[in-house]
Design a protein. Structure first.
Length: 74
């Protein structure tokens, strides 16, 4: 774990930075910040599940649809 990301702010609380240098916190202790950072990294590395939009695609009918036309009267 890259502990360089964890730092103590001016308010004596602990923070860590994520991508884009965005701070996460405040945390009461260094250990709390370290655990939160580990959880964050674990969440980012988890295997992706099947996106919900793929289920929506399966429900779409593929192929040509016939347009119902009314019989023409002569």
């Amino acid at each position: 774990m890259n502990s360089d990301r964890i730092y103590q702010g001016e308010d004596d609380s602990w923070y860590f930075n994520v991508r884009g240098n965005l701070p996460k916190g405040p945390f009461v202790s260094y250990t709390d910040a370290e655990h939160a950072l580990s959880d964050h990294v674990r969440q980012c590395r988890r295997p992706l599940t099947t996106p919900s939009w793929t289920r929506a695609l399966k429900s779409l009918r593929t192929g040509r649809r016939q347009i119902a036309t009314e019989p023409q009267h002569s």
